[in-house]
Design a binder for this molecule. Structure first.
Ligand code: SF4
Length: 467
């Protein structure tokens, strides 16, 4: 029987970490679907369990060890079960994981995801020989055309969705002093624009209406020219090409680096209506001293000047950021400077973390590490201040009419549909229990915002479609 037609093996994936891991997980599901694996939401009875790991923060790594321990009983009940650790911890620790975790079969690093089906086949073929594990790690300096795009392959029978992410690059060359990414995802390599556009076009054909272009630092997208006749393609040019695909209604991108946001990109928000009114721009600290220690490559003044310009040009733009508190050497004044920026910018949302040492990074050896209590206290103060700002910002949207891309029925209520605004807020709104979202799903409709909650908005559907 054609292997593609068999769907008799069960795949259970646990994903930790960021949007890059989410994208890799979707890629794994698509790839493995082609060789007979069907996604399941329970580890019981699974034939393959993959833990797609993150090593950016301490907790994610600790969660991995406790999660993999729990799967020992599934392995005992079903000895043919293959357990695989993929992602950043796989890349970083490689063979060491096989030594530490007795019931682990495979370790697949960040640049080897596309080889999963071949590695599983190899593992099954060698099971009866002396070697009973597989470790595939190491970086490549080029992305081959066949490494991505599996989400869009119709032979994978992946369910149609309204929104999808498309990876445009991998790795990072910035080496911020606290960050593990360059060590676990390798040097920055961009995918060819043609491969990206083909993937987006296939997704659009399968019903996707919103694309998020993802990469560790999308603004520095810079594909290798393979032919003298190839045109250079900046990130802004890539966005224009994606916007040229007629069925795509909205385009998002994440993550941006403040030093690489160009005037050309800022102007594009004004001329390209498909570009969502949301910018995630990691600040990390409001102190120049700390930014210097972090090796971020911009000053507070440069960051705020760009944001003020964007906010003046596009007052409806939603701005979100990442902040690390308690970086080694962060004084009370440095932290207060971060609090001041919160007041000044009025972020719609922040993702805030306490600094934690990552092995192998420069900041690991910094001498002036802060005690946990100080870091905790600063994080609490920061989050409490942001909670007030976010509540005021959400409340200010009540009474406005916003275009919402409808994703489907709300998880919380049979009577409601759910969708997202251009500024990336979730909106739930009433729809009859008997009325199918089919027909509305994937369309952009105007919704009058009636209530604001901590993580979502509520509204009522207006009869007219948004243009
Ligand atoms: S830009 Fe800095 S923080 Fe972001 S992935 Fe690269 S090294 Fe890490």
């Amino acid at each position: 029987m054609n292997q593609k037609m068999q769907k008799n093996k069960l795949l259970y994936i646990v994903t930790f970490g960021c949007q890059m891991n989410d994208n890799d997980t979707e890629r794994m599901k698509g790839l493995l679907s082609k060789v007979g694996y069907q996604d399941t939401d329970s580890p019981d009875g699974a034939d393959l369990i993959i833990l797609n790991t993150c090593s950016v923060r301490d907790k994610a790594e600790q969660k991995l060890y406790s999660a993999v321990g729990r799967f020992k009983k599934q392995k005992q009940a079903k000895p043919s079960l293959i357990i695989c650790i993929a992602g950043c911890v796989a890349e970083q620790q490689g063979e060491e994981l096989i030594k530490r975790i007795e019931h682990l079969d495979m370790v697949v690093g960040t640049n080897n995801v596309h080889k999963l089906p071949a590695l599983i086949k190899e593992f099954e073929e060698q099971k009866n020989r002396s070697k009973n594990s597989i470790v595939a790690t190491g970086f490549t300096d080029k992305i081959e055309g066949d490494e991505y795009g599996y989400l869009a392959d119709s032979s994978t029978s992946m369910p149609a969705k309204t929104s999808a992410s498309v990876s445009i690059m991998r790795g990072c060359d910035n080496y911020c002093s606290y960050c593990i990414v360059p060590y676990v995802r390798g040097p920055e390599v961009s995918r060819s624009p043609d491969d990206i556009i083909n993937e987006v076009q296939s997704l659009a054909n399968s019903g996707v209406r919103e694309i998020t272009l993802v990469g560790q630092n999308v603004n520095s997208y810079n594909p290798l020219l393979t032919d003298e006749t190839d045109d250079e393609c900046s990130f802004t040019s890539l966005l224009k090409k994606v916007a040229g695909i007629s069925k795509i209604e909205r385009i998002r991108f994440v993550t941006s680096h403040p030093k690489d946001i160009t005037d050309e990109l800022i102007a594009l928000f004004g001329s390209e209506p498909k570009l969502a009114r949301h910018l995630h721009l990691p600040l990390q600290s409001g102190s120049d001293k700390v930014l210097g220690l972090m090796k971020r490559g911009y000053s507070v003044a440069e960051y705020t000047e760009k944001l003020e310009r964007i906010k003046t040009l596009y007052p409806d733009m939603s701005i979100t950021t990442d902040i690390i508190v308690g970086f080694p050497g962060e004084s009370a004044d440095d932290f207060n400077a971060t609090m001041d920026i919160l007041d000044k910018i009025n972020f719609d949302n922040i993702f805030s973390f306490m600094y934690s040492k990552r092995p192998g990074t420069e900041a690991e050896s910094f001498s002036n590490q802060l005690p946990l209590e100080i870091k905790q206290e600063r994080l609490q103060r920061l989050q409490a201040a942001q909670k007030d700002i976010a509540a005021k910002k959400s409340a200010s949207l009540v009474g406005t009419k916003m275009p919402v891309l409808i994703e489907g029925r709300s998880k919380n209520s049979d009577d409601e549909l759910t969708g997202r605004t251009s500024c990336n807020r979730v909106v739930n709104f009433r729809a009859s229990k008997d009325s199918s979202p089919i027909g509305l799903e994937g369309s952009v409709m105007n919704v009058l915002i009636t209530d604001a909650y901590a993580n979502s908005l509520k509204g009522s559907l207006q009869t007219e479609r948004s243009v």
